[in-house]
Write a protein that binds this ligand. Structure first.
Ligand SMILES: NC(=O)c1ccc[n+]([C@@H]2O[C@H](COP(=O)([O-])OP(=O)(O)OC[C@H]3O[C@@H](n4cnc5c(N)ncnc54)[C@H](OP(=O)(O)O)[C@@H]3O)[C@@H](O)[C@H]2O)c1
Length: 350
């Protein structure tokens, strides 16, 4: 089976996906008859390139990060044209990896709508459209028998959404709580060892964990989007961001973080949710002091973890990377492979 990809946004994550495809090119095509090619790329800064026979993956990986660089491809242009690429390219799958807009989801939300309305599968690592409009997008996808997958939006390539939906199918998941922001977790760990909050944030930035503006990581709004996405994926519920109490770690003092550690406890920034038997969903983002015995207390540095409360297995905890270009590029690949698996006989299904 041959799938043609159109990439909307060609920053770190989309480039990592292409890098993985290039590096694993000899393995993937043989796997269950799968063939993948990139037939179009459109990026705000780099412009656009399109080739129904497949763009050269090595040339895409090595593309200089300069304005209009895609114009160097045959038929390429210095300006993007997302709408034309999504609606009119020969792609079967649109990969949305532009920037996250937590207020409106745009322009990514329009990209997602165009993809599904024009009959293309949609995979994305972009939290904005999923947190704000997953119900609408799922309905659009289901109406046309298309995939709408977003594994990379929570804990990057660490498989939490697919674990819940597929491996835990048959279990009732009544709740979740997780360490869903690696920057906040790294900063709290450094403060425990005696560093100031400001120095710990600067260290996180120097190691590439934190953005130049760490407000969303430290203030809780990044975790809030992930909690909304999990409420949708685990409980099938659309919750408004404004209905979720959200506190980051800025209200904690260095002294209380260190005192907790000395007494066998650890402060962690948690995103958590539960669904009551009547369907009522409660979500929260808050710093919580955990005893050392809690599986989430031992999660160090930028690692993420999510505990799912299930009826048949009790608590199930998944931990792994929560961010990173290759890790998130892998999540996009996993979503693409899942589309292929759905078209295969049962023994190949994910
Ligand atoms: N990196 C991670 O670890 C990670 C983890 C989980 C989820 N994500 C999400 O995955 C998405 C991609 O992340 P990333 O790290 O690859 O970000 P990135 O490096 O900033 O790449 C985003 C790319 O999209 C381009 N872009 C922005 N607006 C666009 C538009 N309207 N049309 C076309 N292209 C546009 C950007 O161009 P300019 O540079 O000119 O703006 C940039 O090249 C984001 O939504 C991010 O939140 C990332």
């Amino acid at each position: 089976m041959h799938y043609r990809l159109a990439l909307i946004g060609f920053g770190g994550v989309a480039r990592a996906l292409v890098e993985i495809l290039r590096n694993k090119g000899n393995e993937l095509p043989q796997k269950d008859g799968l063939e993948l090619s990139v037939v179009a790329v459109s990026d705000l800064r780099l412009g656009m390139a399109e080739d129904p026979d497949g763009l050269d993956l090595a040339a895409l990986v090595d593309l200089p990060n300069e304005p209009g660089a895609l114009a160097a491809f045959s038929g390429g242009r210095a300006e993007p044209d997302n709408e034309a690429v999504i609606k009119r390219s020969t792609a079967d799958i649109v990969v949305e990896a532009t920037f996250t807009n937590p207020e409106t989801g745009e322009p990514a939300l329009s990209h997602c709508r165009w993809a599904l309305e024009s009959g293309k599968h949609l995979v994305t690592s972009n939290k904005g459209p999923v947190a704000l409009a997953a119900a609408e997008l799922t309905k659009k996808a289901e109406a046309k028998g298309l995939a709408f997958s977003y594994e990379g939006t929570v804990m990057s390539g660490t498989p939490v959404i697919r674990t819940a939906e597929q491996c835990l199918a048959g279990c009732h998941i009544a709740g979740f709580r997780g360490i869903l922001n690696g920057t906040a977790n790294f900063v709290l760990g450094q403060v425990e060892t005696g560093m100031s909050f400001d120095d710990a944030i600067a260290l996180a930035q120097s190691r590439g964990y934190a953005e130049a503006d760490p407000t969303a990581d430290i203030g809780g709004s990044d975790v809030l989007m992930k909690v909304l996405i999990l409420a949708r994926a685990l409980f099938d519920q659309a919750v408004e961001a404004s209905a979720v109490p959200c506190q980051g770690i800025t209200g904690l003092s260095e002294a209380e973080v260190r005192a907790a550690k000395a007494e066998g406890h650890r402060w962690k920034l948690l995103g958590q949710g539960s669904v009551a038997p009547d369907g009522h969903v409660a979500l929260e983002v808050a710093p919580i002091m955990l005893p050392d015995s809690d599986p989430l207390a031992s999660i160090e540095g930028p690692t993420n973890a999510l505990t799912l409360d299930t009826d048949l297995l009790g608590p199930v905890t998944v931990s792994g990377p929560g961010a990173g270009r290759i890790e998130t590029g892998f999540a996009l690949l996993a979503d693409i492979l899942a589309i292929h698996a759905q078209s295969q006989p049962p023994r190949y299904r994910q």
